[in-house]
Design a protein around this ligand. Structure first.
Ligand SMILES: [Zn+2]
Length: 60
């Protein structure tokens, strides 16, 4: 599992973030939240998530 440092999105395959295209990724992250409906989620607004999926709460 890898997390993007830019948008916090968590993904398993590849070396670039499938959401924002950044290659600034890390395997060290804390916490995980699943966003089903980012448009109507307060957490999504906090971490600036726009795409449905799993996000890291903190990235290192
Ligand atoms: Zn990203």
């Amino acid at each position: 599992m890898k997390a993007c440092r830019k948008c916090n999105y968590i993904f398993e395959e590849g070396d670039v973030c499938p959401v924002c295209g950044s290659d600034d990724i890390t395997e060290k992250f804390g916490g995980r939240i699943y966003l089903l409906d980012p448009d109507n989620s307060e957490i999504a607004k906090l971490i600036n998530a726009k795409v449905k999926g799993t996000y890291a709460v903190r990235v290192k």
